[in-house]
Ligand binder design. Structure first.
Ligand SMILES: [Cu+2]
Length: 386
C-alpha cells in the first residue's frame, strides 16, 4: 500500500467518524430544517415530561379549580356567573404568545395562584400561604395554562371532571327534553336529592351544557321536577339517552383582603367599589379605560355616562391593567346577554390590548354597563337623553 492510498483511507475514515458524530448529534437533539422534522432523544424526553406535567395540572385543576373557573377552564365564557377568570384561552399560550411572553405570563399566573388575588374570590393556594398545593403542583397548573400542549391538557381536564361527576351506575335521559319541559324522565332516580343540581351535556370541551336544579322527585314515575338553566347556564334541548352528570357546586363566597386583614404576598387591601360622581356627557371619540378592576374616563371611576339620542359614540377601550376585561352595555331592555346588548370587539381584552365599541341609540333610556368578568366591581349606568 502506498502512502497516498493510506492518507485517502485515513481521510475517509475521518469523514465517516465526523458524519457518525453528526448523526448522533441529530439523534440526541433533533433536527428541523429543509421540511424535515425529527424529534431528537432529548426533545422527545422533554416533550414527554411537559405533556405529563400538563396532564397532572389538568387533574389538579379538575379537582380544585373548576367550581369557579368551569370544567373547561373558560370561566364566564363557559357559563355566565362563573366568577373565575377564563384561563383556557389562546391569549395565554403559544402560538399567540412568544417564548418570552409565555415566561412573563407564567410568572404572573404563578404569583396569582400562589397568593390569590385580593378583593376577588381567588384564594391563595401555596403551602406558604396556608393553601393545599406545593410549588411543583402550582407549576403544573401554570403549565396547563401556558404550555404549547395546553389544549390537550384542557381536554384531559374535561374528561377528568366528567369522570368525577359521573353517577355510579351512570344515569341517562329516558326521553327527549325540550327547552321548556320541567319534568325530566330518567328511569333511575336513586341517590338524587331535592336541591341537587344535574348537568346535561358538556362531555366534550366545545359542547354546551345545562345545569338543572331538582325541586321534586317522583320515585314511582322515575322522574324529577327541575328548575331549568340555573347557575348561569341556559335551557337547551337534550336528546333521549343523553348522559346525566352530578351538577357543579356553587362557588364558595369568601372574599379576601377585607379591611382590617393583612392580604397575602404584600398585596394591597381591596378598595371599596367606587361610587359614581355626577353624569358625564360624552359624544364622538371617547377613550374609556379598563383597569384592575374599574372603568375610567379621565379622572372619573365607573362614571355615569350621558349620551344624546341619535349620537354615535366611538369608544376605544384600552386595558391598562393585567386582568382580562371587556365592556358590555345592557341595551334598552336593561338585561344583559340579550340581543340588544352592545359589547366591545373583541369581547375578551387581555392586559395591554385594546378593543372598540360603536354605540348609537335612538331613544331616551337608562341602562347599566359592566365588565363581564368583574360584574360586581366594574359597573355603571348610561342615560340616553331624548
Ligand atoms: Cu374586568
Amino acid at each position: 500500500m502506498n502512502t497516498a492510498k493510506q492518507i485517502n483511507i485515513m481521510i475517509g475514515l475521518m469523514f465517516v467518524g465526523l458524519f457518525g458524530t453528526f448523526l448522533y448529534f441529530i439523534f440526541d437533539n433533533g433536527f428541523n430544517a429543509f421540511g424535515i422534522d425529527f424529534e431528537g432523544r432529548q426533545n422527545a424526553a422533554s416533550v414527554r415530561q411537559e405533556k405529563t406535567n400538563v396532564e397532572r395540572g389538568a387533574v389538579l385543576f379538575a379537582l380544585n379549580c373548576r367550581a369557579c373557573h368551569g370544567i373547561t377552564g373558560q370561566g364566564a365564557l363557559e357559563r355566565a356567573g362563573l366568577p373565575g377568570a377564563p384561563l383556557n384561552i389562546d391569549d395565554n399560550r403559544p402560538p399567540e404568545l412568544t417564548e418570552a411572553e409565555v415566561a412573563a405570563k407564567a410568572d404572573r399566573l404563578n404569583g396569582t395562584i400562589t397568593c390569590g388575588r385580593v378583593g376577588t374570590l381567588m384564594p391563595p393556594w401555596a403551602r406558604d400561604e396556608n393553601g393545599p398545593l406545593n410549588d411543583f403542583q402550582i407549576g403544573q397548573l401554570v403549565m396547563l395554562i401556558t404550555s404549547e400542549f395546553s389544549e390537550e391538557g384542557w381536554e384531559f381536564a374535561v374528561e377528568d371532571a366528567n369522570h368525577a361527576d359521573d353517577f355510579a351506575p351512570s344515569k341517562h335521559l329516558h326521553k327527549t327534553v325540550g327547552e321548556n319541559d320541567t319534568t325530566i324522565e330518567l328511569h333511575d332516580v336513586s341517590e338524587l336529592l331535592v336541591e341537587d343540581t344535574l348537568r346535561i351535556g358538556g362531555d366534550a370541551i366545545d359542547e354546551p351544557y345545562e345545569v338543572m336544579l331538582i325541586v321534586a322527585i317522583d320515585e314511582d314515575a322515575g322522574s324529577v321536577e327541575v328548575e331549568r338553566g340555573v347557575m348561569g347556564s341556559a335551557a337547551l334541548e337534550h336528546e333521549d339517552g343523553a348522559k346525566i352528570y352530578n351538577g357543579p357546586q356553587e362557588p364558595p363566597d369568601t372574599i379576601l383582603g377585607l379591611p382590617g386583614t393583612t392580604p397575602p404576598c404584600g398585596q394591597k387591601n381591596a378598595q371599596p367599589v367606587a361610587t359614581p360622581g355626577p353624569p358625564i356627557q360624552i359624544a364622538g371619540d371617547v377613550e374609556f379605560k379598563m383597569g384592575d378592576n374599574f372603568f375610567g374616563l379621565d379622572d372619573a371611576i365607573n362614571p355615569t355616562l350621558e349620551i344624546a339620542a341619535g349620537e354615535t359614540v366611538n369608544f376605544t377601550v384600552p386595558n391598562i391593567g393585567t386582568n382580562i376585561h371587556n365592556l358590555r352595555f345592557a341595551g334598552p331592555d336593561g338585561e344583559y346577554e340579550t340581543d340588544d346588548d352592545f359589547v366591545s370587539d373583541p369581547d375578551l381584552i387581555s392586559g395591554g390590548e385594546q378593543g372598540t365599541l360603536e354605540f348609537t341609540f335612538g331613544e331616551a333610556a337608562t341602562f347599566p354597563y359592566r365588565c363581564d368578568f368583574h360584574p360586581k366591581e366594574m359597573l355603571g349606568e348610561v342615560t340616553v337623553t331624548g
